[in-house]
Ligand binder design. Structure first.
Ligand SMILES: C[S@@+](CC[C@H](N)C(=O)[O-])C[C@H]1O[C@@H](n2cnc3c(N)ncnc32)[C@H](O)[C@@H]1O
Length: 277
């Protein structure tokens, strides 16, 4: 049951038939955990359940977002990347990928990709408002369709290095979706000199992980949200990991904006970047 007494939020009625307001959506729950308003009562109810299972849940979302921003600064500012494909981009938030990239170089081009109708309806106007940005409907499980999409081909010059971001998306795939194979098929599409970013929640073996994972599954947010570090390092097979490797978000070249950098909960959300040799 959803809470119909909640104060009105920005999203009050679905504007597209596919937007299901009866079931929690990964993009909208993440938006809520980050402090956003692009969510419905059912998403806030799911978030409350996650927070009840582990009070640090919003910190994990915020740490992941801080990692993404810091990683984009590295990719554009240090690695010289000028084109980014952000798969599972999520709803617009403070410090979108293009916002961070354009602080360094306004010519950076970004293709945002998501399969959630809420993102496509509510994110489109903001995420594709710039000359060098676009938002397309796509599923990470079908990378070829993303790389071969006319909008991707319009903005990405495949003869130049680019980066693919998989921030908090492989964790929402079921085992049957074979996330390792999905990552392999994405790596196959990267020419030499390209970068791959991956971040996900991590099974550290702690009891609180079990509670949070079970709650996420109960709310339809993914049956295997927590995979081990050993499982996740394989997403980078054949690539050169950039220091400090696949590590908790607060350890990866932390910036000033990392929330509560010393909190142990950070170990539950990991990320890394690697380069195709
Ligand atoms: C937790 S959010 C992460 C957002 C952003 N990448 C970040 O790291 O801050 C995960 C996003 O992945 C999207 N997503 C989940 N499964 C997907 C799939 N199979 N294909 C494409 N996007 C997917 C969700 O809709 C959501 O917007």
């Amino acid at each position: 049951m959803t809470d119909s007494t909640s104060p009105p939020r920005r999203l009050q009625a679905p504007e597209r038939a596919e937007i299901d307001t009866d079931r929690a959506s990964v993009a909208r729950v993440y938006d809520y955990l980050l402090g956003g308003t692009d969510n419905y009562a059912v998403d806030r109810e799911a978030s409350a359940a996650l927070i009840a299972a582990m009070p640090d849940t919003p910190l994990l979302a915020k740490a992941n977002r801080a990692f993404i921003r810091q990683a984009v600064r590295f990719l554009v500012g240090r690695a010289g990347i000028r084109q980014i494909i952000d798969i599972g981009s999520g709803l617009p938030t403070a410090g979108n990928v293009h916002d961070v990239a354009h602080e360094i170089d306004p010519a950076v081009r970004v293709v945002y990709v998501d399969n959630d109708p809420t993102v496509l309806v509510h994110g489109g106007p903001l995420l594709s408002a710039h000359v060098g940005t676009t938002l397309i409907e796509g599923d990470v499980r079908e990378p070829d369709a993303i790389f071969d999409h006319p909008e991707t081909r319009r903005l990405i010059d495949f003869s130049e290095p680019f980066a693919v971001l998989l921030g908090g998306v492989l964790m929402h795939l079921d085992d049957e979706d074979d996330p390792e194979d999905v990552a392999a098929r994405i790596r196959d599409r990267l020419p030499s000199g390209c970068y791959l970013l991956v971040s996900n929640t991590c099974d550290t073996g702690e009891p609180r992980v079990r509670d949070l994972a079970r709650t996420a599954a109960e709310w339809g947010l993914g049956s295997r949200c927590f995979r081990t570090w050993d499982e996740q390092i394989r997403y980078f097979d054949g690539l050169e990991l950039i220091a400090p490797g696949l590590v908790p978000n607060n350890v990866w070249r932390p910036g000033l904006e990392m929330p509560d950098p010393d909190d142990m909960a950070h170990a539950l959300h990991i990320g890394g970047i690697a380069r195709k040799p």
